[in-house]
Ligand binder design. Sequence first.
Ligand code: CO
Length: 498
Amino acid sequence: MNELYEKYRLKLQRVTDIGSAQALMNWDQEIYMPPGGAAFRAQQLSTLAGIAHEMSIDKELGVLISQLLNDSSLGEVEKKNIKQSKIDFDKRTKLPTEFVEEMSRAISEAFQAWQEAKKKDDFSIYAPKLEKIVELKLREAEFLGYEEHPYDALIDLYEPGMTASMVTKVFEDVMPGLKSLLEEIKNQPQLSDELMYQEYDKDKQWDFSLFLLEQMGYDFNRGRQDISSHPFTIHFNSDDVRVTTRVNENDLAEILWSTIHEGGHALYEQGIPSDQYGLPAGEYISLGVHESQSRLWENNVGRSLEYWQKNFPLLQRSFPEQLGSYSVGEFYKAMNKVQPSLIRTSADELTYHFHIYIRFVIEKELLEKKLKVSELPARWNSLYKEYLGEDVPSDAKGVLQDIHWSHGSFGYFPTYSLGSFYAAQFFNRAEETIDDLRGKISRGELKELLSWLRANIHRFGKQFTAVELCEKVTGKKLDSEYFLEYARKKFRALYNIS
Ligand code: CO
C-alpha cells in the first residue's frame, strides 16, 4: 500500500463526507423540512460549504497531489485520479477568497431580485443585479483562464473540455435540420394528447412509477423514491442514490417521464464504483454525460413504441376506465406531440433544443458585450419569434422563466442539449452492439441495455473527459447528426411525412 496515496484518498473522502452531509440536508429541505426551518438550514449549509471548500484547497493536499504526480509505482486508475485531482485543485485555487465571497453575495441578491421580478413581471427589478453577475462571470473567466472565448472557462465548470466553438458547431450542425423538420410537422394534421389529461388516481400512478423504476433495474436496496415539486436525483454515495418525482391527478405524463428521467440519472450514479468513493474515478464525468443517461432512458427508451408495447397494457390494467379504449399507438402519439411553446421545462423532445439554442446565443452575446442586459428582453422575444414562431406575452413567461442566470450559472444550459445529442449517439451504438435491442425493449427486458451502459460508461467514473468517453464508446466525436437522424425518423413516421 502506498502511504502517500492513502493520505490523499482519506483527505478527498473527508471532503466528500462533508458534501454528503450537505446533500442530505438539501434532500431533507426538499422533502421533509417544515418551512420554519429554512433560515437556520441556509446557515448550516453555508457553514458546511465553507468547511468543504477550505478542506479542498488545503495546502497539504496540494503538496500530496504534486508528489504523487511523479509516482510511477501507482496503478492505472490511481494515476488517472491524481491527474484529475491536480486539474480540480488548480481550478479551485485560482479564485481568490474575496472574489468567491463577492460572487456569493451577488448571487444571493440576484436570486432574490429574480424571484421578485418574476412575480411582478418586471425585468427592471432584476436587470442591475444580472448586470453585476455578468461582470463577475467575466472576471471569473479571467481568473480561470481560457484560450479563445471567456465562455470556454465557464462551460468548462460543467462540461470539462467543451468550448464555445465546439458547442456552436454542434448546434450549427443540428439547428437548420430541426427547423425544417418542425416546418414539415406544422404542415401536417396535429397529434392529440388529450388522453393524458383525464383524472388519474395518485396512488395508482405512484405504484406504477415504482414498477417502472424496478423494471429499469434501479436498486431499491440502494435508493428510494419520494415526491417533490421539482423532480431531482441526489446521491450520498453509489450505495445511496435517491430520486424524486411529481404526481399530478390531471396529467399522467408528469409522473411517467419524470420518474424515467430521474431513474436514468440514478442508474448512472448507482453504477459508479463505490470503492472509488471521494475520488475522481468515483464521480460522474460531466453534466452533459449525466443528462445523456437520463434522456436516453426518458426519450430513446421511454418515448419509444417498443417500450410501451410491453408497458401500456400494464398501465391500462391500472387505469381501465381512462385508457381501456385507447390503443398503444394512440398513447405513443400522445406522448410525442410536438408543440412550439414559450416555456423550456414543458417543451417537447424536439422544440426543447430551440429553447436551449436561444439561451446559448444570448449568453455568448452578453459575455462578448454585444448585448446589454437592458436589451435582453427584446432580444429574447425576437429569437422566440424567429425560432419558435411564438409571441412572448410577458417577461415572466419569457426572459424571467429560468433560475440559472440568477444563480450565476452561465454555460450550464448547453449541457441539456448535449445530453440529448450524446444520448442519441450512445443509443445508436447500443443498438449496433446489442442483438435485437428493440425486441428486448418490447418485452420489457431492459437488463442488457443497463449492463451495456454500466460496462461502457458508468463504471469508469471520471477517468475520461466527455469528449474522450464519446470516442471510446462510439468510435467518433460527438456528432449531433445522430440526434437529427433519430428525430427525423421518429417524427416523420409519427406525423405521416413521406
Ligand atoms: Co436531468
